[in-house]
Design a protein around this ligand. Sequence first.
Ligand code: ATR
Length: 274
Amino acid sequence: MTKISANTKICMVIGNPVKHSLSPQMHNAGYRALGLDGQFVYVACQVHKDSMEDFVKGVRTMGIRGVSCTVPHKTKIIPYLNEIDPIAEKIGAVNTVVNDGGFLRGFNTDYLGVINPLLEVTSLQGKKVALIGAGGAARGALYGLIEAGAEVWIFNRTLEKAEALAKLIGGEAFSPDYSWRLSKADIIINATTVGMESDETPVPKALLHEEQIVFDTVYNQHRTRLLRDAKAAGAKVIYGIEMLLHQGVAQFKHYTGLDAPVNAMRNALQKHIK
Ligand code: ATR
C-alpha cells in the first residue's frame, strides 16, 4: 500500500532525455530503507533546455523539494538559482538543487561520485592519477582529485580541451600520443563516453598492471572492456555504478537531511544494470 499522502515531498531528476535515469529507483529505495517513503517520493521529468525558466517557476510554485540535474541542465539551471555553492561554482556545474521555501541553492555532488569510491580503497595525496577525458564528467573529477592532493595527468583526444581544463582547475594536459604514461599511473579513471555504446576501451590493455586502481565512470555497461582488461591484468577495479551511487548518496543528504542507506541504494542500482 502506498504511503504517499498530501504531505509527501517531491524530488525529481530532470534531463533530456531522462527516461533511462536510474535515480528514481536509487532514491526511492533509499526512502524505503529508512521508512521515509511516505515523506518523500522521487520521480523523473523530461525538461527541454529552453523551458528552464518555466521549470524553475514550477519548482517554486509547487514546492518541489529537490531537483537533480543531468545533461543538458547542469549549467542551464545556474542563472535561475538564488545561491550557488562555491564548489559548484568552481566546477561550473550544478547537479543538485535544494528548495527551502522558494530559496533555491545549487550544489555539485558529481565530484564526490568519483572521489568517495576511490577514498574507500586508497588515499589520494601524492598519487599519480591519469584522468582520461575533458568533458563534463572529467571536470568534476579533476576538481575533487586536485583538492585531495593527487597529481593529475589529463589525457584527451582533443588536447586543447585538456589544456583548458588544466589551466582552469589544475593538473597537466597530455595528448593520447603520450598514453604510454598510463602505465606509470597509480590510478586510471575513464571519464570519456568510450565504452558506453560499444565494446571499446580508451586504454591499451598492455598499459594496465596489478598495482593500479582502474575506475570506469561508464555505468550503463557494468563490465566494460576497460574493467575486464584491468581485472585480467590483476588491477583493482571500481565499477561505474559507484559514481552514480556516491553522487546520489550526497544528494540524499541534501534533500532529506539524513545519512543515506548506501547498501540499499547500491542494491537498487545493481538490479537495473546489465
Ligand atoms: P560528459 O559530460 O559525459 O563528460 P562530454 O562533455 O560530451 O560528456 O565529453 C565526452 C568526453 O569523451 C570528451 O573528453 C571526449 O573527447 P573530445 O573532447 O576529444 O571530444 C571523449 N570522447 C568521446 N568519444 C571519444 C572517442 N571515440 N575517443 C576518445 N575520446 C572520446
